[in-house]
Design a protein around this ligand. Structure first.
Ligand code: SAM
Length: 238
């Protein structure tokens, strides 16, 4: 009886310790992401907005990864989420979020829900996030997770994100988290004038270019190459 009680107590302390560690680890990760961003842009000044940093500090990445990956949840690298897919590197999540310059009234479309982490980071900053995932088990688990964590400003859909989500268009911003061979025309069409899209474009399983695409108020498209990245491919019948 006594031994059972001791084990129970130890379990409770370890479990509590784990929680404390997760927030400390998250703070360390955020500091690393900020440092990495300054290095990447060769800047002495902060390069990521305070809002993006706040969101990264708030969202509990360890709740978006499988149990087998949890102890690595606060490393600045992608992790497996099963089905051959990954949760993106936190620095890349921060960079893509920062590039769209989110505003509280924005409605954002994400292509590639995966674990739901990027959607949650966006949901902390904008009015509503629509997100599409093509793999059914990932769609179901991310939908349940976002619901459980209280993200009631995120709406998920199972489908091919190449075609966007016409019903809720136009969007203030679009974030594509899988590499496309070209910029999908439906996504350009569903972007608001004045809107921004970030998308990795390039070959499968090789380095791609992260593009920032801006649609001017006059419907002109301006494309900038931001960084070399590696994403899993955008799949589907398109
Ligand atoms: N944003 C995710 C997160 O925070 O966990 C990570 C995304 S993972 C790098 C890319 C995701 O895009 C995968 O879950 C993959 O199944 C999904 N995907 C690939 N092609 C797609 C398509 N045509 N439409 C929607 N999702 C797609």
């Amino acid at each position: 009886m006594r031994r059972a009680l001791c084990s129970l107590l130890l379990f409770a302390v370890v479990a509590q310790g784990d929680e404390v560690d997760y927030s400390a680890l998250r703070a360390e990760l955020v500091a690393e992401v900020e440092y990495y961003a300054k290095l990447a842009w060769d800047s002495d000044e902060a390069t990521l907005s305070a809002d993006v940093i706040r969101s990264l500090s708030t969202v509990e990445r360890h709740k978006f990864v499988p149990a087998s990956e949890r102890r690595d949840a606060y490393e600045n690298r992608p992790l497996s989420i099963g089905h051959g897919q990954t949760i993106s590197q936190p620095y890349i999540v921060a960079l893509m979020t920062d590039l769209i310059a989110p505003e509280t009234s924005d409605v954002v479309l994400e292509i590639g829900t995966g674990s739901g982490y990027q959607a949650a980071v966006l949901a902390e900053l904008v009015d509503h996030v629509y997100t599409i995932e093509i793999i059914e088990p990932l769609f179901s688990s991310a939908t349940a997770r976002l619901d459980r964590l209280g993200y009631d400003n995120v709406t998920t859909q199972l489908g091919d994100g190449y075609y966007g989500w016409e019903q809720h268009a136009p969007f203030d911003a679009i974030v594509v988290t899988a590499a496309a061979s070209h910029v999908p025309p439906p996504l350009i069409q569903q972007l608001k004038p004045g809107g921004r899209m970030v998308i990795p474009v390039g070959g499968r399983w090789m380095t791609q270019q992260l593009l920032l695409i801006e649609k001017t108020e006059q419907d002109k498209i301006i494309t900038k190459q931001v960084a070399a990245v590696r994403f899993v491919p955008l799949t589907g019948e398109h």
